[in-house]
Design a protein around this ligand. Sequence first.
Ligand SMILES: [Fe+2]
Ligand SMILES: [Fe+2]
Length: 154
Amino acid sequence: MDDVKRQQILDLLVTSYNMEIETIANYIVNSEHLDGVRAQHIKQSLADDVAEELGHAQLLAKRIKTLDGNIPGSQSLSWTQTSLQPPADTLDVLSVIKGVVEAEKGAVDQYQKLIIAAGDDDPVTADLCTTIKADEEEHHRLFKGFLTDAQRWT
Ligand SMILES: [Fe+2]
Ligand SMILES: [Fe+2]
């Protein structure tokens, strides 16, 4: 693999790492922040997801290091998940569900980019991102189901 390709893959891995860390931060908040009967299942699901997203972040950090890249410290990260900020109304479960669907879709798309970029040049990264993408697709599908349910609430 040439240096240009390696750097392209590293840039995508660092972006993914940043996304995972931000997701962890916002899932922790929203797993505690919401109130009400309708929130309980969502809160538990987000709390359970934190460990899985943390596992993704650790796998990405390891891969970045293996490819001789620089794993960003906290001050090199950027924060963009506007739709996952804890809502002012703690009963607004719907906005959190929508934020999760958006974040998981973003993750699925990002891993797809990595799989294509890595391809035959870097099958190890492609394999890693294929495995993680499957997890994100499951999360996305689960919360799409929650969204369908929540949209019928009155
Ligand atoms: Fe993840
Ligand atoms: Fe996820």
